[in-house]
Design a protein around this ligand. Structure first.
Ligand code: ATP
Ligand code: MG
Length: 362
């Protein structure tokens, strides 16, 4: 690890919930930015395994497997554990403790009105039987982030509402406990004496990639995802089966706007001029069928995924699992130093500094 916990490089915190493997939506929404910013920032990438229990408390073994698989996806995609810190949420007790304090700073109805929670309840068919912990995860996410006092949070568009709540929690804490004037500009909270910076969401190149159903957000839980670990054959099959929308309606030939395959062409074919040409010919009905567009997209996606497949293959099996667990342990030990420092400073600000606590974990 190149950075000490007190490093002055600005920090990034983001992460994924181990509810399945990572897909192309994660890549364009957040992973790409993470990889790019590894050198400029002190990066912390969190495995939100505690939050996976909010919807899958009955499946601890699946959560464990998904946790390990997500780290394999991260390493395959180019997250480098020598430059970035991989953090396991359940072994950073400061996060759970901070969650309580932030829960007192956010009105109950404010949390329950969070549009991302509402969408998730619908999309995942949670009805009105979801656990008490489910909406609590949105508060927990404020603690995940603020435990690391980061400047930036690289996320997809669906997370922006959560980051907004986190920004509110940071402002309120700084106003209540660090005497920061409520009129202070967001960028100035830290220099005005606040413990927490007001962090910014950094939305990826494509904030919301549509799934292969052409309708919903690509999601691990909706059976509409192309996974980073899919084989070339699986990619071909999934894209090959995509429905091109109404684009072949004789009254509206070649409507590229409503054909989701063109969304993927924009996202994954590097040569923008080639995409424009495809669109142009498709619009004009110039002897260019859906099969042709799909073949071009399949090739581009497979070109992106091939090096990831190769790096992932090196992590297969028991040795791969052991390597992942070592990466988790090393990263989490470092993360605890930062999170414990934050908690200590937060409690000091709140008049709760009755003694020092040391915590080591391997
Ligand atoms: P789940 O269905 O369990 O909620 P998910 O696929 O939505 O899974 P998350 O772990 O909730 O994945 O999201 C991890 C990160 O990836 C977040 O920053 C999120 O905004 C981003 N992300 C997820 N899906 C997409 C997508 N289809 N397009 C762009 N970004 C996405
Ligand atoms: Mg999600």
């Amino acid at each position: 690890m190149s950075d000490s916990p007190t490093s002055h490089r600005p920090r990034i915190l983001t992460g994924d919930t181990p509810t399945g493997r990572l897909h192309l939506g994660h890549y364009v929404g957040s992973l790409e930015n993470r990889i790019e910013l590894q050198d400029k920032y002190d990066c912390y990438f969190l495995l939100a395994n505690m939050h996976a229990f909010t919807t899958r408390a009955d499946a601890p073994q699946d959560i464990r497997t998904d946790t390990i698989e997500i780290v394999k996806d991260w390493l395959a995609v180019g997250i480098d554990p020598d430059r970035s810190t991989i953090v396991l949420q359940t072994e950073v007790p400061a996060i759970a403790e901070l969650t309580w304090y932030f829960a007192m700073l956010l009105p109950f109805n404010r949390v329950m009105r969070n549009p991302t929670l509402k969408t998730e309840i619908e999309a995942k068919d949670l009805g009105d039987t979801y656990s008490f912990g489910f909406p609590m995860y949105a508060v927990g996410q404020c603690a995940d982030i603020l435990a690391f006092r980061p400047e930036l949070v690289p996320v997809g568009v669906d997370q922006v509402a959560h980051i907004e709540m986190c920004r509110e929690a940071a402002r309120r804490f700084d106003q209540f406990y660090c005497n920061v004037n409520p009129k202070t500009e967001d960028d100035d909270y830290a220099s005005a004496g606040g413990l927490f910076p007001v962090p910014k969401a950094l939305v990826g190149r494509i904030g919301r990639l549509v799934g292969t159903d052409g309708d919903n957000k690509m999601s691990k839980s909706l059976n509409n995802a192309i996974f980073l670990s899919d084989t070339a054959k699986q990619v071909k099959k999934k894209i090959g089966a995509m429905y091109p929308g109404q684009s072949r309606n004789p009254d509206d030939p070649g409507n590229v706007e409503i054909n989701p395959v063109f969304g993927y062409a924009d996202a994954f074919i590097k040569d923008a001029a080639a995409v424009d040409e495809l669109k142009d010919r498709y619009r004009r009905g110039d002897n260019l069928g859906d099969g042709h567009v799909k073949a071009a997209v399949i090739e581009a996606v497979n070109e992106l995924l091939e090096p990831m497949r190769q790096r992932r293959a090196a992590l297969e099996g028991k040795d791969g699992d052991e390597r992942v667990i070592e990466v988790i342990r090393t990263g989490t030990a470092k993360a605890n130093l930062v999170a414990e420092e934050t908690l200590h400073l937060a409690k000091q600000a709140m008049g709760l500094d009755f003694g020092a606590r040391n915590l080591a974990w391997r």
